[in-house]
Design a protein around this ligand. Structure first.
Ligand code: GLY
Length: 350
């Protein structure tokens, strides 16, 4: 799989023009959602290369990352005579880059697409690495293909439209990248001031964070082994996220990942002797910036059930990525029900 290199733009429009120009497309289709159509599309349309392009808009929110929305995109492409030489430009967060990448990669067996990531979460995670997909039968990203974008462009200025919660949601994936990389990255990420965001500093950290992901994806694009490092925090995290929807207390993905990281570092400490000091540093940071999510022992079986159905599992056992230290990755780890419940106890007592 050819990997694109994600660009953190200094001068967005010329860099977008260059990315479009290098594809020499016959027609261009821009995919937005209700939010990015209002907040980001005007900035993108400054590009003279987009005169005469078509805009496809779908409702925002992960609940719309569905086969119905994909059909709507394919229908629009078909009605407007898209060809194999057409180009899609996905302008949005992870929901738009996932579904846009999927629709593009399957239309006429695949047309090229560019991701313009407008959320911090999307920029440091979904936009890069070639995973595309939609939710199906109540499961996240159940249907999809590995198919990298031709280009991924990040314009930090779009992040200025994000509220604190969405910035914190994205920051969680950056914390995950630091944990699987080096102590230097871990120390740097912990220093970042989430109360007073410095966008120049954020730009630098986003760049480093994306390079960590790219290095992992380059080694294992189809997630046969080391790419599973990127699942750190996500086994518990996805269960918290799905549970939050079930109990009508929805949380942002990154918040669930942050709480998942806490549980999985606790499990790492219990099973692999991950340093307690680092676990406590994470706990302290989460307490200050993310708060907690109320669960009690009546929720444990339901959460365990959600973890059992996670598509990251390769057999009947729940699959974890754990750490024995910062950057010391152990994939394909398992845990007993008792060990998992102990993590819930630790989490609910936080
Ligand atoms: N979101 C994790 C990955 O791209 O593998």
């Amino acid at each position: 799989m050819n990997q694109q290199v994600t660009k953190i733009c200094r001068d967005f429009i010329p860099e977008l023009n260059e990315a479009i120009g290098s594809q020499s497309p016959e027609t261009i289709f821009i995919l937005t959602d209700d939010n990015t159509q209002r907040l980001c599309l005007p900035g993108v349309l400054q590009s003279e290369k987009l005169a005469g392009s078509h805009v496809i808009n779908i409702p925002s929110g992960d609940e719309h990352k569905t086969i119905d929305s994909a059909v709507r995109i394919w229908q629009y492409l078909s009605d407007h005579k898209a060809t194999r030489k057409s180009l899609m430009i996905n302008v949005g967060g992870g929901m738009i880059t996932d579904i846009g990448g999927f629709a593009a990669s399957t239309f006429k067996r695949g047309i090229r697409y560019i991701n313009v990531s407008t959320s911090l979460l999307g920029a440091v995670d979904a936009a890069t690495g070639g995973k595309t997909g939609i939710n199906f039968a109540g499961l996240k990203n159940e249907i999809g293909v590995f198919s990298p974008a031709s280009d991924v462009l990040i314009n930090i200025d779009f992040f200025r439209t994000l509220d604190d919660s969405n910035l914190r949601s994205g920051y969680a994936e950056m914390v995950k990248h630091a944990l699987i990389d080096t102590r230097k990255e871990w120390d740097e990420i912990l220093k970042f001031d989430l109360e007073n965001i410095n966008f120049d500093e954020l730009r630098e950290l986003v760049d480093r964070s994306i390079r960590i992901k790219e290095r992992v994806v380059e080694q294992d694009p189809f997630e046969a082994n080391i790419r599973k490092a990127l699942n750190l925090g996500h086994t518990f995290g996805h269960a918290f996220e799905s549970h939050s929807y079930k109990v009508n207390r929805p949380v942002l993905h990154g918040y669930a990942v942050m709480w998942g990281l806490l549980c999985e570092l606790y499990l790492s400490h219990a099973k692999l002797n991950f340093p307690k000091d680092d676990l406590l540093k994470l706990k302290y940071m989460i307490k200050n910036y993310y708060g907690s999510f109320y669960i009690d022992c009546n929720d444990y079986d339901g959460l365990l059930e959600l973890m059992t159905h996670d598509k990251k599992n390769e057999s009947a056992e729940i699959n974890f990525t754990l750490l024995s230290d910062i950057g010391e990755i152990h994939i394909n780890q398992t845990a007993t029900k008792e060990e998992i419940f102990e993590c819930f106890d630790f989490f609910s007592g936080c």
